[in-house]
Structures are given as structure tokens and as C-alpha cells.
Design a protein around this ligand. Structure first.
Ligand code: PGA
Ligand code: ZN
Length: 417
């Protein structure tokens, strides 16, 4: 059979921060798949453990000694069997024995190897013949919080979201222009701005939270007018990193201000109204499902998205669904480990009308698989930055998918907006 796994080779490589990570090759009788693992900086507390004790070296040893012999001879077409074998070998609930990133790379490389064994692209293999919808690109333009060093906005990400384009290529073009305009505006605004960028390729500038809103609002409006379609924008507050548990307040250092939960809610509702925000991610810390629900109820025409809140975890999402905590969810496969786990979470989300946002991590490689996963799993948004090599790898892969699909390709419709 063509998809039988013959070999699994793992090696140490680097992500865009220069941190060590894992890459895996899976070789089947007639195919080949390769994947490498990303890493988060502002991680959710309930993510799986990335590496066993001993880090990448130990993970490589475990892949070679424990996992590769178990997978040899299995059929890569049966993803669930591969993924459950990974869980069995690990034997813990959070993958701390083999490491979530070991599970992630093997799971992804396996899917790629299966697709390749059948002469299909990954999105076709996983999504079937009706996977023809391209996601809207949600792109980081200004970085703050834990993604910046020195003085910067407290809000972690200011994100452009063109959602009226007819093609992915046009939407990606809009994002590139918005990013450039913002760079020009920041240069005019601050004499000390020197063009510095974060790991995700977003600008880092010594400006306040509100100044950043003004800059992105203007850039999105101008580009929207020039290109003649809607360019919305939003934020990732990454509020867990602002939350001071002892004081029960969110600390906005750049403003010299602390906000309790009620004030945070009011602040965000004002911002959503004033700037017509299309998207707000992690507005409250990761255990505050109730405040998420409050915001979701009150915010008009806005995606309220859980990242650290859900960590791509089906159980946490089910809790969120019960409480009506959000209307969108970030999908980061390496938060939960395997493709099967992530697919289960996506299914729950879509069943309950949540907008699924396939996402990169701040530390990432040129691995482009999430481009295929977004199309295969019908995620209407992909969050993957605008410039910087690891981001462009994914954007360009989506351009290729669109090109490949020809006139069967269409853009996702963000109904809530
Ligand atoms: P990360 O965060 O640094 O954990 O990848 C990105 C995000 O919060 O969306
Ligand atoms: Zn986030």
C-alpha cells in the first residue's frame, strides 16, 4: 500500500526567534511529509506541555526510541490511529512525556505524507473537493505587550482584517499596504521610531494604546477606499498578560492606569463602538469566562475571540459554549497537540456558530501547513501576520492555493460583521 509509513526522521531546527525546535520527515512507500513546530510567547496556561524535561534533545530521543518504532508499518491515511498512537505512547493528559510539539510535528507530517502518497495537496486530502474557500487574512501591524521590548502599547496586537475583498491576493495586498502606511505614519509621529519590528513582523513603536488605534484606523480606511472594499481591524488584548491576580486589575503600564474587571469591560465596549472594531481577542484573563460572555452579549458586530481562554481545547470550548463566552476561537494546533484533537475542537466550534481562526504562533518557522488547514477545515479567518519570512510562507501558500483552484476559489464571508 502506498501510504504505509516506512521511516520517520526527526531533527533539530530553528524558529524565527532562533529558538531550537523540532522538524520531522515521514516517508511512506509512495510519499513524503515534513513539518516543523512553532512556539508561543504569551502562552495559555492550559496549553499542552511543549517539550519533555530535557527540551528538544529529549523530545528527539523519545521520537527515535519510542515513537518511530510504533508508527513504522502503520497506514498514514488513518490520521486518528496515528494520533491516538501518539497519545498512547505519551500516556499523560497534557503530552508532557513526549512533548506537545513532538506530537504536533508528527501529526502534521503524517497528514502531509498521506496527502502526498495520493498525489493530493494537503487541503484537498483533508478537505475534499468542496474545500475551495480562502480565509480572510488577519494581520498584525503594531506589536505591544509581551511581544514588544521597551516602551510600546500595552495591547499585544493591532490587527488588520480586510473582509470585503473578492480574492485572497487582493486581501493580502491590502494588508501589505496597511502595514506600510502604518510604518510611514509611525515615522511621522515619533522621532525615535527606527523601523523596529516584532517576531511577527509588526511595528514596534513608543506610542500609546489610543495613538495606535488612530494610526491603524486611518490606514485601514485609506486602503479600504483605495481598493474599494472593507478593511476592518481589531486587537488581541492578550489580557492574561495584563492581569494582576492579587489586585484583581488589568495593568496598563503605558497609561499608568489599572482597570478592574468592570472598567475593562467598559473600556473595551467604548473602543469597539468608537473604532468599529471587527475583532477582539482575549479581552479578559484566561479564567474569566463570565466577563467574556458579558462582552459577547453587549458588543455589536464584533468577533469576540478566545485564544488563551480556550487553548484549542474541546473541553474548555464546551464550557465556553455553555456560558456563551465568545463567538470566535483561535485554533493553534500545537496548543492541543494533534490534528485529530484540533479537528474535534473545530467541529464543536462550527456546530455552535463560532468563527474559527486558524493561527500561527509568534515564534514560527517557514512551515506553511496552517494555510492548508484553514482551507481544509473551512476557517473563515487565518491569523498569520503580514510581513516576515515565517508569515509570508503561509500567505504565499494561500496565494498558490487560490491560483491552483482558479475560478472555483472564493473568499470566506464573515457573516457577523
Ligand atoms: P503566542 O501569542 O506568542 O503565544 O504565539 C500569539 C497570540 O496571543 O495570539
Ligand atoms: Zn492571542
Amino acid at each position: 500500500m502506498s501510504s504505509i509509513i516506512e521511516d520517520l526522521i526527526a531533527r533539530k531546527v530553528f524558529n524565527n526567534r532562533g529558538e531550537e525546535t523540532i522538524e520531522v520527515d515521514i516517508i511512506t512507500a509512495q510519499g513524503f511529509g515534513r513539518a516543523s513546530a512553532p512556539a508561543g510567547k504569551s502562552r495559555g496556561k492550559t496549553e499542552v506541555t511543549y517539550y519533555p524535561q530535557g527540551g528538544v534533545d529529549q523530545a528527539l530521543k523519545k521520537i527515535e526510541e519510542l515513537i518511530a518504532p510504533e508508527l513504522a508499518g502503520l497506514n498514514a491515511d488513518f490520521q486518528e490511529e496515528i494520533d491516538s498512537t501518539l497519545h498512547e505512547v505519551d500516556g499523560t493528559s497534557n503530552l508532557k512525556n513526549i512533548g506537545g510539539n513532538a506530537a504536533f510535528v508528527i501529526s502534521l507530517a503524517n497528514a502531509e505524507a498521506a496527502a502526498n502518497s495520493h498525489g493530493l495537496l494537503l487541503f484537498q486530502f483533508l478537505g475534499g473537493s468542496n474545500a475551495n474557500t480562502l480565509p480572510c487574512p488577519l494581520g498584525n501591524t503594531i506589536s505591544g505587550g509581551q511581544h514588544a521590548r521597551g516602551k510600546a502599547p500595552d495591547i499585544q496586537e493591532y490587527l488588520a482584517l480586510p473582509h470585503g475583498a473578492e480574492t485572497f491576493l487582493e486581501a493580502a495586498t491590502a494588508n501589505a499596504q496597511i502595514h506600510k502606511k502604518i510604518g510611514d505614519a509611525l515615522k511621522k509621529k515619533s522621532t525615535v521610531f527606527n523601523g523596529g519590528k516584532s517576531d511577527e513582523g509588526a511595528w514596534i513603536s513608543n506610542i500609546g494604546n489610543i495613538d495606535a488605534f488612530e494610526v491603524i484606523a486611518k490606514a485601514c480606511e485609506e486602503v479600504g477606499n483605495e481598493m474599494d472594499f472593507e478593511c476592518g481591524f481589531g486587537i488581541d488584548v492578550a489580557a492574561s498578560s495584563l492581569w494582576k491576580a492579587k489586585e484583581e486589575k488589568y495593568a496598563y503600564e503605558s497609561e499608568g492606569k489599572k482597570r478592574d474587571t468592570a472598567e475593562q469591560l467598559e473600556y473595551l465596549l467604548d473602543l469597539i463602538e468608537k473604532y468599529h472594531l471587527a475583532y477582539v481577542e482575549d479581552p479578559f484573563h484566561e479564567e474569566d469566562f463570565e466577563s467574556f460572555a458579558e462582552l459577547t452579549k453587549k458588543a455589536k458586530n464584533c468577533l469576540v475571540c478566545g485564544d488563551d481562554l480556550f487553548t484549542t481545547n474541546n473541553e474548555r470550548l464546551n464550557q465556553g459554549v455553555k456560558l456563551k463566552a465568545a463567538n470566535a476561537i483561535i485554533i493553534k494546533v500545537n496548543q492541543i497537540g494533534t490534528l485529530t484533537d484540533a479537528a474535534e475542537t473545530i467541529e464543536t466550534a462550527q456546530k455552535h456558530g463560532y468563527t474559527t481562526v486558524m493561527s500561527h504562533r509568534s515564534g514560527d518557522t517557514c512551515d506553511w501547513h496552517i494555510a492548508h488547514l484553514a482551507v481544509a477545515f473551512k476557517c473563515p479567518i487565518i491569523k498569520t501576520g503580514i510581513v516576515e519570512g515565517a508569515r509570508i510562507a503561509k500567505i504565499n501558500e494561500l496565494v498558490r492555493i487560490e491560483h491552483f483552484l482558479g475560478n472555483r476559489a472564493k473568499m470566506a464571508d464573515l457573516k457577523i460583521l
